[in-house]
Design a protein around this ligand. Structure first.
Ligand SMILES: Cc1ncc(COP(=O)(O)O)c(C=O)c1O
Length: 394
């Protein structure tokens, strides 16, 4: 069958370079800082088992049945409660349950973007969001980031030159950069969305994995305060705080977008797995999520500390990084000319892998950057990984 039967927009899509590069990372003896996956040792197996027993005892008729495209109403009510703890006020009708934030992004891209529409992302940004936006044939542009997250002044300058439809941002403990948008920039961004009439997609998978005592108020919450909530679409997920295999995320939507999103959700998969939704509902109902988040937070904080201290101690002269305040990733940049993609073969032969940074850019890639995940590696292996990196650099 001929290649030209494939839809034009898919013909030039390449297999993920990262997957190719990292396929050796599961080899025996290799320490991987590459994957962005939660530590399975921290899954609340007992809590999930109790929740599953509740599903089978009390909710089995719903859990094995078709459901509403918007999602299970009891779960959506529980999500509203969770949202109020994040200073976001919404009603059950504003919430659509998705099969993870990834699906939220795909549905939003299809709901909002015409080919050629300008979508602005952070530089660097979440790789799979780039894929989604590319599939929607967006005209992707980027603005830089520093220790305070997206440089909103740079966005302001861009807005004066092109009409922007959407700004996609991971404002809190971002992937891959690990940076957090400062409060003044949050307000400035929300204000700009009003002035230039664009939509903000706020992707917040990591906000709860906070290593500090400071609360970072979501953009959607600032937008409420600034009477601009129509322009901020919020998505989050249970993947990082409960279990990614359940594939349960959600959207908080403005009225003007609800009908289209529900139609798209219906066309995509009718609804998110009833079983997963029921399991998540019973888990939330058990009251175990808060202590579970505390457990994850403490464990990741400690691992982050181990990795950053060792990096600073052993490789501080070679690379610089912002100390993450939360989340799952440490992003670093070599001070000298170093191509981290080319260097990966050598570090692999020394038994350690990371993700080269250049793949997280839609333009102006910086080949001297790399992303390291600290969450699913033991402390001893994190130390060993730094020593191996050091030997691979010499
Ligand atoms: C920034 C960001 N958004 C979305 C996702 C997708 O998460 P989910 O498992 O909810 O689809 C991830 C997962 O790594 C992520 O890092």
């Amino acid at each position: 069958m001929s290649h030209n039967k494939i839809a034009k927009k898919l013909q030039n899509i390449q297999p993920s370079a990262i997957r190719e590069l990292l396929k050796h990372s599961k080899m025996d003896g290799v320490i991987s800082l590459g994957g962005g996956i939660p530590d399975p040792e921290l899954f609340d197996r007992e809590g999930l088992q109790l929740a599953m027993e509740n599903v089978l005892t009390h909710s089995w008729k719903d859990a094995f049945q078709y459901g509403l495209s918007e999602g299970n109403p009891a779960l959506r009510a529980a999500i509203c409660q969770l949202m109020s703890e994040r200073a976001i006020h919404c009603e059950v009708d504003d919430v659509v349950v998705t099969s993870g934030s990834q699906q939220s992004l795909d549905i939003l891209a299809r709901a909002l973007i015409n080919p050629g529409d300008v979508v602005v992302v952070e530089r660097p940004t979440y790789l799979a969001a780039l894929q989604v936006m590319q599939l929607a044939e967006a005209n992707l542009m980027s603005v830089g980031t520093d220790g305070d997250g997206m440089i909103v002044d740079e966005l302001d300058a861009l807005l004066k030159t092109v009409p922007v439809k959407v700004v996609y941002i991971v404002p809190t403990f971002g992937n891959p950069g690990g940076v957090t948008l400062s409060e003044p920039r949050r307000k400035q961004l929300v204000e700009l969305s009003r002035r230039y009439d664009f939509v903000i997609i706020e992707d917040d998978p990591y906000g709860e994995i906070n290593f500090t005592g400071t609360t970072f108020i979501p953009l959607r919450s600032w937008a409420e305060e600034m009477e601009n909530s129509d322009r901020v679409i919020y998505t989050s997920t249970f993947s990082k705080i409960l279990a990614p295999g359940a594939r349960v995320g959600w959207l908080v939507l403005p009225d003007w977008l609800k009908r289209q999103v529900v139609n798209l959700k219906q066309a995509t998969d009718l609804h998110t797995s009833s079983l997963s939704q029921s399991l998540t509902f019973h888990y939330l109902n058990s009251g175990r999520l808060t202590p579970q988040i505390a457990l994850i937070r403490d464990a990741y904080k400690q691992k982050c500390r181990v990795l950053s201290q060792h990096l600073q101690h052993e490789l501080g002269g070679y690379l610089t990084f912002h100390q993450p305040m939360g989340g799952m990733f440490l992003w670093a940049k070599f001070n000298h000319d170093m191509n981290t993609t080319q260097r990966l073969q050598k570090t692999l032969s020394h038994g350690v892998v990371y993700v080269p940074g250049e793949f997280f850019y839609c333009d102006e890639p910086d080949a001297s950057t790399l992303r390291m995940s600290y969450v699913s590696t033991t402390e001893a292996n994190l130390k060993e990984a730094v020593m191996r990196l050091k030997s691979a650099l010499n």
